[in-house]
Design a protein around this ligand. Structure first.
Ligand SMILES: [Zn+2]
Length: 691
């Protein structure tokens, strides 16, 4: 096998020698230069066996690539291609493991080498893969190499896992935590960072949605801290606006609950052999040690948050029970179930002059291909009835709960103010720092002094902005419910009714109040609407409502108005009708003033006859018809009209004239009599002339 001279033939020498050089990581490339050098030196071995220097082709584009899979290793693929095409007389590699750490890749290469009678050279000697013994040996070497990699990894991983199981493996800490001198995880010493992280969890607990939390931060102009690793081991603290994704990352991270966790992520092989990082379900985490360091929330709170996030996510899924209250006025949004099919009902809004009207709708059948929705109804009457029901259900305990909601709102304002105050303090501190830096510098060092002065000015500007924001925030905070008001609310359900009826009470607050008392509401639309309410604690209430009119029915013109329009059309053109209706203060179904178009719409919708048609029915004649009866041209008829011999009436808004048939008849007769008289006189004058 090492007897190279018997293996290398002129046939091999006529083809090229391929030197494959690889180091698995870039760090190895830099630090393990010796190995790389040894790999390159193999070229000399090829020359010693009789290849010319220029025949040795080096493939080193895989430097810094792991050999565990071929997908990313262009060089290896190139090598296999060249061997397959019969261009290679010999393949040089320092160790078999350098060629492939994956058995299947290696055996493929061996197979191809055997088919194209290509030799393989490593540090131990020259092999001919077409020879059984050599192939066996090379195969073994490949298997050993793969096993070596496996053992190495297992050992490394075992060590890591052991350390992780004791909670001692140092992991990168998120914002809000640092390591103390004895590398224990402790809260960040920066009070503002601590407060802000805590504020995020508090806000989420109150609002129940990551997106709402991020919005709330933006509304209150609160940025969220992050530590960026800069070059040279420097860490920079930056403050950025909080995004929903960032909020989710923080909420999902179990470290904030004081738990040490290892193995939240796993790897799944992709189709190309590359691995994808995936988040594992909590049951598959390798190490979970709750209570291993101080937490911003408890482990139970963490689990509750995960459940809330999961439910929020289900808003887009199939099973959606209760959803977070949103801004819209639909009181029952998120707690409505369809009594026909059991699916969640949706809310959408119909824009009206009097504000948004909620429409409750079950689209489950529709989403499965049916052309109709399962059921749909106007929500206004239902919401009002629900409000009445709740007012009736209010016990002192229920009111206590409602007050807690109000108190939350007020506390939130206080919270915001504390955060803004901290921001002002930070800005003050930074401004002072810049000032003292500026004062310390030698004034003759103009360049430095100028830049420090600019920095100081910048910090002062930031301070002013922070102070301004705080002032604005304070003016916006809702007023506290005073003690006597509390007593009033507790004493009288009427007080609650006032809070309920107060237009300044936010829709979201109302919805939260509803959810304090109601589990869910089921609607069935039949002859009337059956509303079944499940109250907290299991009690049930149900009531029926008449089916509310749908949108077009609500806009329909009342029958008496249609009758009036019909009547007026007997003696008025469209504009005449409009003037008459306006004078009487009659409006359309949608509450608008009548116009020529809306009257026309009624004429078409109800098949009413316009004034002109009625005149035709009464036997009135158009100008052309009148002219024909008179036996004159249309322009002559017009002249007759102008001269006042023919009287007519305007039949429409375009100014079309119509003439009474009797008038025309009379005029025809009068004209023919006049003609006859004229004729007679002519005859008379002729005869008298003849005489
Ligand atoms: Zn349904």
């Amino acid at each position: 096998m090492t007897n190279a001279s018997t293996r290398v033939t002129a046939h091999h020498l006529s083809r090229n020698a391929y030197l494959y050089v690889r180091q698995s990581t870039l760090r190895q490339v830099v630090e393990n230069g010796e190995s790389t050098q040894r790999q390159y030196n193999l070229a000399d071995r090829a020359v010693a066996h009789g290849w010319r220097q220029e025949q040795v082709i080096t493939i080193d584009c895989d430097l810094g690539q792991s050999a565990a899979g071929t997908a990313d290793r262009q060089g290896f693929q190139e090598l296999v291609k060249e061997v397959g095409l019969g261009h290679a007389g010999i393949v040089l590699g320092l160790e078999v493991s350098r060629l492939a750490r994956n058995s299947s890749d290696w055996h493929r290469l061996l197979e191809i080498c055997a088919l194209s009678s290509t030799l393989i050279l490593d540090e131990d000697g020259v092999y001919d893969p077409s020879c059984f013994n050599d192939r066996l040996l090379l195969g073994l070497k490949g298997t050993m190499s793969e096993a070596e990699l496996h053992v190495l990894r297992a050992r490394l991983r075992g060590g890591i896992l052991n350390k992780a199981k004791r909670g001692e493996l140092c992991q990168k800490l998120p914002i809000g935590y640092v390591r103390d001198g004895s590398s224990k995880v402790v809260f960040d010493p920066d009070g503002e960072i601590r407060e802000r992280v805590q504020h995020l969890f508090d806000t989420f607990a109150r609002l129940g949605s990551a997106a709402a939390t991020a919005k709330e931060f933006q509304r209150a102009r609160l940025d969220f801290p992050a530590r960026l690793n800069r070059r040279g081991g420097l860490v920079e603290l930056v403050w950025n606006p909080l995004t929903a994704i960032r909020t989710l990352q923080i909420l999902h991270n179990p470290i904030y609950s004081g738990a040490y966790v290892y193995g939240r992520y796993g790897e799944r092989p992709g189709p190309t052999g590359t691995k994808r990082r995936v988040v594992l379900p909590r049951s598959e985490w390798l190490v979970t040690l709750p209570g291993s360091h101080p937490g911003y929330i408890t482990w139970d709170e963490y689990l509750r948050n995960q459940e809330t996030i999961r439910k929020n996510g289900l808003a887009y899924g199939v099973d959606r029970r209760t959803l977070t209250p949103r801004e819209g006025p639909a009181l029952l949004q998120g707690i409505l179930l369809c009594g026909k099919c059991g699916q969640r009902m949706w809310v959408h809004y119909d824009g009206r002059k009097e504000g948004k009207v909620p429409i409750y709708e079950c689209r489950s059948a529709h989403s499965q291909g049916a052309s109709e929705v399962c059921q749909r109804m106007h929500g206004k009457a239902i919401d009002e009835a629900m409000g009445q029901l709740l007012l009736g259900e209010l016990t002192p305990e229920a009111i206590e709960l409602c007050l807690a909601v109000q108190e939350q709102v007020r506390e939130r304002a206080g919270d915001d103010d504390r955060q803004l105050k901290l921001r002002v303090q930070r800005a003050e501190y930074e401004a002072n720092l810049s000032r003292s830096r500026y004062l310390q510098v030698d004034p003759s060092n103009r360049l430095v002094a100028d830049s420090l002065e600019a920095d100081w000015n910048e910090k002062l500007r930031a301070l002013r902005v922070a102070q301004e924001d705080r002032k604005q925030g304070a003016s916006k905070s809702p007023r506290r419910i005073e003690t006597e008001q509390r007593a009033e609310l507790l004493g009288l359900p009427d007080g609650f009714a006032a809070l309920w009826a107060d237009p300044s009470t936010a829709h979201q607050t109302k919805k939260r109040l509803v959810r304090l008392l109601v589990d869910d509401v089921t609607l069935v639309r039949g002859e009337d609407i059956l509303v079944q309410v499940r109250l907290k604690g299991g009690a049930e209430r149900s009531f029926r409502l008449p089916v509310p009119l749908c949108a077009f029915e609500l806009r329909r013109t009342p029958a008496e108005v249609v009758r009036l329009v019909d009547e007026l059309l007997g003696s008025h053109t469209r504009l005449g009708v409009v003037a008459e209706l306006r004078a009487r203060g009659v409006r359309t179904g949608a509450g608008d003033e009548f116009t020529s178009e809306s009257v026309q719409h009624l004429i078409q919708a109800y098949g009413l006859k316009p004034y002109r048609v009625r005149l035709v029915d009464q036997g009135m004649l158009s100008r052309a018809q009148a002219a024909a009866r008179l036996g004159v041209s249309v322009s002559t008829a017009q002249d007759l009209h102008r001269s006042g011999q023919l009287t007519g009436i305007v039949a429409d808004d375009k100014g079309t004239w119509m003439y009474d048939a009797g008038d025309v008849e009379r005029l025809t007769e009068a004209r023919s009599e006049a003609k006859n008289a004229l004729k007679a006189s002519i005859v008379r004058s002729r005869t008298s002339a003849a005489v």
